[in-house]
Design a protein around this ligand. Sequence first.
Ligand code: LLP
Length: 461
Amino acid sequence: MGAGVLTAASPPFPRRGGVLHCGAHSLERLAIQYQTPLYVYNGDRILERKRTLEEAFAGLETDGPGTALTPDPTTSRAGPGHRPSNRASARQGAPSPLLVAYSVKANPNLAVLELLARDGAGADIVSGGELYRALRAGIPAERIVFAGVGKSADELRQGIEAGIMSFHVESAQELDALGALAAEMGAVAPVAVRVNPDVQSFTHEFTSTGHAAAKFGVSPGEAHGMYRCAAAHPALRAVGVDVHIGSQIRDPAPFLRALDVVVEVAERARRELGIELGYVDLGGGFGISDGEAGALDVHTLGREVADRLRGRGLDLILEPGRFLVGDAGVLITCVLYVKQSGKKTFVVTDAGMTELIRPSHYGGVHSVSPVRENGRARVERVDVVGPVCEQGDFLARDRPLPLPRPGALLSVHQAGAYGFTMASNYNSRPRPAEVLVHGEHVTLARRRERYDDLIRGETDD
Ligand code: LLP
């Protein structure tokens, strides 16, 4: 595994009087009020993580040629004919060389998006549905970038109509389709080519996207050809270059190798094609601690990236998902039964793979702890399993845990990213509620599903 740092910063869900809290609110009280399984998000923590990232990249040059391309607020959200700027300004009227474009897929709840929108975040989206959510939450179109290998014609059209900042194009055919569509609509589509830098990122194979055998992006050579096409196309405008190498990466080295590759793509486009790209998008994937392994040192990464970009006139976009919301969320679940089978002890909970699929799908590790401490309980190695009829339905395996009693509440940590958003109705289980705590306020960000939600669209009513 890559280098990781375990930090001693204040926990997002501290224990007070033996009970886990989110801000001023006890998780026990929230579980009683909203029932379990329940997702709880700490909004203050999300904003704190965004600031941490911004501080880590504060060394970026603010007056390079890239930052000279100030966005024109009068053209924002313009329809066909709109020619967006290629600047990555984080806040309107306050030119910045950094745009934090939150990766909506990590946690697309509107309340989370609205919180980030108010704090000046942009969005990294991969579907028309995510575009809809991002706009709905008030994220300005000119701060939205659209990635994905399979954007449909409808989705491309929606992006053009909204006047998004840029399409992160992943194939020559997609570039052709986008150019033809933009021309038909009388618009100019802003594009950045997503480059596959062929770097190994040493994460789970399903979340490693920057190696040559992955479906994402195109080779640096092919990217150059695509910039040549874009430059010659009246309905396309090359505004940046993009890379995203994977998720939950703890070592800065692969990010820097990928950055070197895309910076060279941008330099070559300038040298040979006379194209001045406005930004580099380094993607997301910044690893967080799961209680066992450490986190990516974003301060080291930020310094190194700033050094490499100095004097190049390129702004920077980052697309963090998990880094912003991962440890800002917990899944609270209630113990139904404790059973012994052979030499194993199973703690059966009311949440399982339907609520949090990461343990069974990626072998994802999430720390599990009792919501209320019980000093008298003896610690045993247990499997925490859900009620779903699959042997692969577990939240934790062979984990030391103070043996809980039925009715006790457990908190599954680092569940704010890729938790609810990957939840399913398998076994006809209604999906859980989501609650956002921000300052004093508790918002029911999504109500628990009911049985009639399960059959919506299957009946006439
Ligand atoms: N940008 C792009 C183009 C992406 O595809 C992703 C995530 C991100 C940014 C954000 O990555 P993050 O900062 O959250 O690591 N379901 C998996 C993770 C899949 C990530 C997919 N792409 C998991 O639960 O580990």
